[in-house]
Design a protein around this ligand. Structure first.
Ligand code: TRH
Length: 397
């Protein structure tokens, strides 16, 4: 039996591979490093690039990549080099400039690194990877060049998005097949439930909900609605910022990983935060996913199940137009009734109005259908890593 690499894939780290440096400053939570790490893994495994990730917070990183050693200055995981980036001037153990330099979310590159980029005979492709927004203006700004004021260098703005003309969102080439395999395999799902909750899968009539969210005042009423619902609701809650509300509701001192609790129709399991690739199975095991920020929001779309988005809150409610822009893409083919119910619920979950679970559940079948169709539509925009690799290579010619 041959274990040869498929013909289209270049082996990771081959000498001729494109070298790529990704710089990531963690603002908070896990989305900054979550997006960078996912991108790094995909550029390495699917495009054969030689990737280095500079990240300033190895502790946040370790949560989604447990094999990382937080006090190590330089290490390699899965063929990807990880450098602890001591912002702002540090540029790694040795100053090597890559072919493709990705500055994530407008974090500033070390000045000595920029100076070295300018000295390099073959100028690197310099990309500022922006945050995801579904707003229309994104397509106009995607791939706009920005010449450096002093150096002969041009930085290009790369905008993820949900519509045509944007950079798209990250999607691994094997993702749909992995989801289909999980969905098709009863033993795989049983094993997942046992490993993750210590219990067998719930009965078919139960609604399984995953809950990954920031602190949210709407959760108290929602927990009451689930407690009082006619059908059983099984809640899967990764340990984190919403856990305190669960503890209060169940009158427990904490709702740490491994905890189980029940009230009325609601039973809840607190889950350990998994390594990043493991998060998808939680979405696939659930009927309804509550997600947040950027990366889990994208994963919920690929999971092709109805979901509710807790958008990252910004000053002056600047996030609300972004929420509506995402709804405009996602919900536009739903009936007016279903679209309004979804918008009401998403708004309520983001602080505007009252979250009414029964109102949303009335449209469950339509939402389920839409979720699957949307995943197919979104795939038409192309995968971000592929789009980025294509653009970067066009710059290196
Ligand atoms: O953690 P987030 O809220 O991240 C962010 C940050 O706040 C960031 O500053 C902000 O700009 C951005 O949102 C919009 O949510 P997000 O983006 O979903 O990132 C969470 C990551 O954690 C994602 O990659 C999935 C991963 N994850 C795991 O690896 N294991 C888990 O068990 C869970 C629940 C998540």
């Amino acid at each position: 039996m041959s274990s040869a690499t498929p013909p289209s894939t270049q082996p990771v780290g081959a000498p001729t591979a494109i070298a790529c440096d990704i710089f990531c400053a963690v603002i908070d939570n896990f989305g900054d490093i979550g997006v960078c790490w996912r991108l790094a893994r995909q550029l390495a495994s699917e495009h054969g690039w030689q990737v280095r990730v500079f990240v300033d917070d190895l502790h946040a990183f370790q949560k989604l990549c447990p094999s990382l050693v937080p006090d190590r200055a330089r290490q390699a995981i899965g063929g990807i080099v990880i450098e602890h980036w001591h912002e702002p001037t540090h540029a790694g153990e040795t100053l090597e400039v890559a072919d493709v330099v990705i500055e994530a979310f407008a974090c500033e590159l070390p000045p000595i690194y920029i100076a070295a980029m300018a000295r390099r005979e073959r100028k690197p492709a310099w990309i500022n990877l922006e945050y995801l927004s579904a707003e229309d203006w994104v397509a106009d700004f995607h791939l706009r060049p920005s010449p450096h004021p002093h150096y002969p260098l041009t930085k290009t703005f790369f905008f993820p998005g949900l519509g045509p003309g944007t950079g798209g969102v990250l999607k691994e080439s094997q993702l749909d097949a992995s989801r289909a395999a999980f969905e098709a395999s009863q033993p795989a799902r049983e094993a997942w439930w046992l490993k993750t909750t210590g219990r067998a899968p719930p009965p078919a009539e139960a609604t399984v909900v995953s809950l990954f969210a920031y602190e949210n005042p709407a959760v108290d009423s929602l927990l009451e609605q689930w407690r009082d619902s006619a059908e059983p609701v099984v809640l899967l809650v990764p340990e984190g910022r919403i856990s305190g509300a669960l503890a209060r509701f169940f009158r427990l001192p904490s709702f740490a990983a491994g905890s189980h609790a029940a009230r009325g129709s609601l039973s809840a399991h607190a889950l350990a935060f998994t390594e990043q690739p493991g998060y998808d199975a939680l979405l696939w095991a659930s009927d309804f996913n509550f997600v947040r920020g950027e990366d889990s929001f994208v994963r919920a779309q690929w999971a092709a199940r109805p979901f509710v988005w807790h958008i990252y809150p910004q000053a002056d409610d600047a996030h609300l137009p972004k929420l509506d822009a995402a709804l405009a893409h996602y919900a536009h083919t739903l009936s007016a009734d279903a679209r309004d119910a979804l918008a009401r619920f998403w708004h309520a979950w983001n602080g505007v109005g009252q979250a009414d679970w029964a109102d949303l559940q009335r449209h469950r079948a339509a939402l389920k259908q839409r979720a699957a169709k949307w995943a197919a539509e979104l795939a038409q925009v192309g995968d971000l890593a592929g789009n980025l690799a294509l653009f970067a290579k066009s710059q290196l010619k």
